[in-house]
Design a protein around this ligand. Structure first.
Ligand SMILES: Nc1nc2c(c(=O)[nH]1)N[C@H]1C(S)=C(S)[C@@H](COP(=O)(O)O)O[C@H]1N2
Ligand SMILES: [Mo]
Length: 879
């Protein structure tokens, strides 16, 4: 059966059985040509050749400032993770309209990081190795791979394990970005059977896995994963090393010049920019193999998964084969059908795919919520390639013997329009040859993967029209019935997609959400235009935007713990990422009283491209910008204790200084390697603020050990490779030490005669900045007493630097260490910083200021002690 409407006739071509097409001889090969038929052929079979391609030649403006500035791309692709890295899907209709094969420019892309740049002339010399548990380790160039092995061509569908994740994110946010239903694409791949290369290397006896590694260097190492060796050796599984896609050299986003293609499994196993095949006895220990592409049990919450590494180490939860899945392409989202003079029948259409080479054997549609089902027609275009044996794009196309199905199929069903008019929705489900059927309910898991419940499109009657809605729209695009149902207060997991079925009891599946604190004023409906917002980008009345809502910062300027500057630097801007990353639930709960209204849709759009302040080519004298993130590159790391490192960054040019007043701090932003979410934390650098060209940040690392969680930021910083950029923003802070006894709190100047500085652990860093400023200036009359509490001697940070600063300054400065876990040799104080210690060293003079920075417990107890000892609020400053 064939549905003429699902195919692009331009892509159909008559080819003959056993036709001998020109051998592959060109390098790099040219795009597919229309091949000529000789007339003597006996039997003609129709196979599908790729749809017309229009390779993008322009680097898009938004890519120009990213590491991918060498990659031309199609502007139709929908970006799922902001500008960079490049993770995209095509609009679902555009993808479906291309037919069975997808053009490389619309093929979905999943890049964990920057695309390695490979020049055309270097393609033949691209090297990759076969190593590990083999008798004969090999290094091959692509030229050798093509010259010395048999070339094959085969149609294969790739699907990201995150396909359809947006639906899961609507139920409960997972740790993954929001794919719509177009994270799937099909191409004719040309290359060599992976087994051929591995056979040459002769795996040893205990060899069981094939690990693969790409050339893309990421925050947690090179991208890598593994599959089982016996799968690779099984011809039915068709695993290959490919260098061509639809007859042309792989494009940069898809692994140019060489990638693995693992049919029937999730796209994540098909490693791009392939550099290494490592034969091992155990599955890959690559970070991305462990922390990506897994379906953890549904009750494992984000917290639990972060606290308990055992969930990630368990290979039972790693995804290999795809699961049975399907989606409706037509009716499209927001499509309308006229009831008056429209056609009598509506043809619903969509795609389905199975996993592990299993064939989709039925696709069923229901227009009564699953009470009754209709059987759809299926077109398995892949079967047409089984009928021929020929050379295609320089590779032998011979699938006659293979029964596995590596590709998606398209289905369609004609439904009387009047029946659709009476229906509330349209659902599809597919079943494979093992009778694996898509479930009605979603299986939610932390990473949001392998989402495959019935795909549902709602129908509403509006006058003479039927209007259709898909469950979601990809990325942050608004729309879809899931969002609508949620807004109306429906529970999406109640068993009927959040709708209230009269007479039925609500028995919702519980996916416990992290408590979301409402931040808007109830009932406030006030649209704010971009011009209004722009008028409030100054200190008269700073407004800022969080998740599309506009707030005023004016009433809170004085009390804000980060100082007025932290509000001012967000004035007129969208500060969603930072605000959400830094603020407590208590802070969020205060927001409704500052809520002014909702940003208009056009204003939202114009905010997403920030007015670029750093675009000018003038070298900037200072690095930090309080209104935009600026990038510094990691230059080196140095461990200074068992759990503390100094990270040195290079500023934009050797003459540049940081631009941080003494006593203030800055924000560091990194992307979580797993979910790409921004991680933002405040730090005080320890390098001199006047230092040129460089910046040192001391960071205490909370790494996972045994059953210990490890901090998000610590993990990300620790695995950050040298040469990688990190975002900085600032300065922020309420306090500034101007010098010689002058300081400013919230911009109001005051005099100090002495500082009492109380700190613990890495809380020393802001204290150290102020202490150094005082001690370095011989004419500064201010005195400083530092009370520094730690556990062990080795935990005392910057001890030598502190001692050095004291040299010759004994009359002005004093540093007192106290340890809770002191050894016998320790001659100094023992125990916590308590009231006696504070009483003895800090005297509540009018012109004394207490600066405090340390772990929460320390700050809490010090706060209490100081209050009891009669210190006034304004004399004490907590960093
Ligand atoms: N080297 C490398 N290979 C990779 C990735 C990557 O980020 N780096 N992403 C993987 C994932 S998760 C998917 S779904 C597929 C996507 O392939 P495509 O971008 O060609 O569609 O590539 C896989 N191979
Ligand atoms: Mo993926």
């Amino acid at each position: 059966m064939e549905d003429p409407t699902t195919q692009d006739t331009r892509s159909n071509l008559l080819l003959k059985k056993h036709d001998n097409l020109p051998q592959f001889d060109q390098f790099p090969p040219s795009p597919p040509q229309t091949e000529e038929n000789d007339s003597e052929s006996s039997e003609e079979v129709e196979i599908l050749l790729p749809p017309p391609t229009n390779p993008p030649t322009q680097v898009l403006d938004i890519d120009k400032k990213t590491p991918d500035a060498h990659v031309p791309r199609d502007p139709r692709l929908i970006r799922l993770t902001g500008t960079h890295p490049f993770n995209v899907e095509a609009p679902l209709s555009a993808l479906f309209n291309e037919g069975f094969l997808t053009s490389p420019e619309l093929f979905y892309v999943r890049n964990h990081g920057a695309v390695p740049e490979v020049k055309d002339q270097d393609i033949p010399n691209w090297q990759f190795s076969v190593e590990g548990l083999v008798e004969r380790p090999l290094t091959l160039t692509l030229r050798q791979l093509i010259a010395e092995y048999e070339q094959i061509t085969c149609p294969i569908t790739l699907v990201c394990a995150g396909n359809r994740r947006k639906e899961q994110n609507q139920v409960r946010k997972s740790q993954g970005f929001s794919w719509g239903a177009a994270g799937v694409s099909t191409a004719l791949f040309t290359g060599v059977a992976m087994s051929e290369v591995i056979k040459k290397a002769r795996p040893r006896r205990r060899a069981r896995y094939v690990c693969m590694e790409g050339a893309d260097k990421l925050p947690n190492g090179f991208y890598g994963t593994s599959v089982k060796l016996n799968w690779v050796m099984d011809p039915n599984r068709g695993m290959m090393l490919a260098y061509k896609m639809n007859g042309e050299m792989l494009r940069p986003d898809h692994g140019k010049p060489l990638r693995a293609v693992i049919p029937g499994q999730i796209g994540g196993r098909s490693v791009k920019w392939l550099k290494k095949l490592i034969i091992t006895a155990a599955p890959s220990d690559n970070w991305y193999h462990i922390y990506d592409n897994r379906v953890l049990p549904t009750m494992v919450s984000p917290d639990e998964s972060a606290n308990n590494p055992k969930w990630w180490q368990d290979d039972r939860y790693a995804i290999y084969d795809l699961s049975t899945n399907s989606a409706i392409a037509y009716p499209a989202h927001e499509e309308q059908v006229c009831l008056k003079d429209g056609p009598e029948k509506y043809r619903a259409k969509g795609y389905a795919y199975g996993g592990g080479g299993r064939r989709i054997t039925r696709v069923e549609i229901s227009i009564d919520k699953g009470r009754t089902w209709r059987l759809a027609d299926i077109d398995y275009a892949e079967d047409r390639y089984r009928e021929v044996e020929q050379t295609l794009f320089g590779g032998r196309l011979d699938m006659s013997w293979r029964e596995s199905c590596f590709c998606w199929c398209h289905w369609w069903l004609d439904i009387p329009t009047l029946e659709l008019a009476d229906a509330k929705d349209l659902v599809v489900r597919a079943m494979d040859e093992s009778m694996n059927i898509q479930p009605k309910e979603m299986y939610w898991s932390v990473l949001g993967m392998m989402n495959n419940p019935w795909f549902r499109v709602t129908i509403s009657k509006e006058g003479d029209y039927l209007r259709f809605e898909h469950p979601t729209q990809p990325a942050l695009m608004p729309g879809g019935w899931m969002e609508r149902v949620k807004k109306a207060g429906g529970n999406l997991t109640n068993g009927h997609w959040g709708e209230n079925l009269a007479g039925e009891e609500e028995k919702a599946v519980v996916h416990e959400q992290a408590k979301e604190v409402p931040m808007t004023k109830a009932g406030l409906k006030n649209e704010i235009l971009i011009d209004e917002l722009r008028k409030h980008d100054n200190e008269d009345e700073p407004w800022f935007v969080i998740n599309g809502e506009v707030y005023t910062g004016l009433p809170f300027m004085k009390e804000h713990p980060g100082g007025a500057q932290s509000i001012l630097s967000a004035a007129g801007l969208d500060t969603s990422d930072e605000f959400m990353a830094i603020h407590s639930e208590t802070a969020k709960a205060m927001m409704p009283s500052y809520h002014l209204g909702t940003l208009s849709d056009s204003a939202k759009l114009s905010l997403t491209e920030p007015a670029s302040e750093t675009a000018s080519n003038e070298p900037r004298p200072t690095f930090l910008n309080s209104r935009a993130w600026t990038k510094a590159v990691l230059h080196s790391k140095r461990a200074i204790s068992a759990d503390t490192m100094i990270f040195t960054f290079t500023l934009e040019h050797p003459e540049q200084t940081l631009g941080l007043p003494v006593g203030q701090h800055l924000m560091i932003r990194l992307r979580d390697p797993v979910d790409r979410e921004a991680i933002i934390r405040p730090y005080t650098p320890i390098s001199d603020t006047t230092r040129k060209g460089y910046l040192d940040v001391l960071i205490k690392l909370y790494l996972s050990s045994g059953s210990h969680p490890g901090g998000k930021m610590s993990r990300a910083m620790n695995s950050l490779p040298v040469g990688h950029g990190v975002d900085f923003k600032g300065p922020i802070g309420r306090f500034e030490y101007i010098g010689r006894g002058r300081c400013a709190v919230n911009g109001v100047e005051r005099k100090v005669k002495s500082f009492a500085m109380i700190c613990g652990g890495s809380g020393i860093t802001p204290i150290f900045q102020v202490f150094r400023a005082v001690m370095r200036d011989a004419d500064d009359p201010t005195t400083c007493t530092v009370l520094n509490g730690n556990r062990l001697v080795e935990d005392i940070l910057c001890r030598e630097d502190l001692d050095a600063l004291l040299q010759g300054n004994e009359h002005r400065g004093e540093v007192i260490h106290t340890l809770t876990k002191a050894t016998e040799e320790w001659a100094g104080l023992k125990g916590r910083i308590n009231e006696d210690l504070v009483q003895k060293h800090c005297h509540a003079h009018k012109e004394t200021m207490v600066l405090v920075c340390g772990p929460e417990a320390l700050e809490k107890s010090v706060r209490k002690v100081l209050r009891e000892q009669g210190w006034a609020e304004e004399q004490v400053l907590f960093f």
